[in-house]
Design a binder for this molecule. Sequence first.
Ligand code: SF4
Ligand code: SF4
Length: 335
Amino acid sequence: MTAQEIVRAWGRILQGKRPSLSIEITRECPLRCPGCYAYEPGHPGEGLLLRELADYKGDALVANILRVVDDRRPLHLSLVGGDPLVRYRELDKLLPLLEQRGIHVQVVTSAFREIPADWAALKLLRITVSIDGLQPEHDVRRRPATYDRILKNITGHCVNVHCTITAQMMQRGGYLQEFLQFWTPRQEVNKVWFSMFTPQKGASGPEILSRVQRERAVEDLLRLRKLHTKLDMAPAAIRAFLNPPASPEECIFATTTEVLSADLKTRVTPCQFGGTPDCSQCGCVASMGMAAVGDYKLGGVVRLQSIYKTSRRMGDAVAKLHPIPRKTKMKGRAA
Ligand code: SF4
Ligand code: SF4
């Protein structure tokens, strides 16, 4: 983020607005990844399932996303799913229009299909490809978005790679290093980020890291960032995995990002995970990055988190005095 963007983001917070918006643009995904939070019961809200929400297609999807964006005017927009490439024709129309509006856009995808060549010319677009570990594990978990397909589908693009570390990956030493050795030499890869698997409260499952595994992952990342410059994670952000925000209210990322699901009405709360995520075991790289910024002491005295909280309270008060109408009129009917 540039200094100018930080100032603009702060301005939004003081107006009681959220500078970032994330939209699940479709309920569909051809993959069935184990541990996927988007399709967990209750993800979009209690008693709701993403696959059962109505969503939009074609021109109605393009027009309605623009309406939402023009209403919220975010500085940064994430387009997620399901898999957003299910709607690649709509994105072909939408992405240039978002670029014209000066909005930084991130498309998060499994790259199960070819990324359209024209997208490489969009300056404000960042494509993030989710890769679940080394080829033998990834190809089982993410079929049909296998390594071979990803390599073919990202040709001619410059993408960021995002990997969610699971307990299975930490069962043997050197796993993260091998991952970086495979992906960082490729010219299509710009940056690599790691998250850690984030469970819901009270959940059990093979992906959940033990405390010891989490500590080992942090040690590995701190060492590996010196060897692989494309591993774009600051030491403070890596260390934040050991001390995640205590609650959604303490999470700068959650409180600065509005998440809308596929019907473009339902708000996913308290953060992109939906449901009741276990903040004490949070592994979201964005949340850790923000937590590290919040921990920074201005002039060595005041934590930025305290200034942010005060700004947010002021913004909430402003928003109460001048409520922002949130009834974006949609085009067409969601199906
Ligand atoms: S690609 Fe993403 S949305 Fe689709 S099943 Fe896998 S994790 Fe879930
Ligand atoms: S991103 Fe992590 S810390 Fe923030 S609200 Fe969600 S689970 Fe909690």
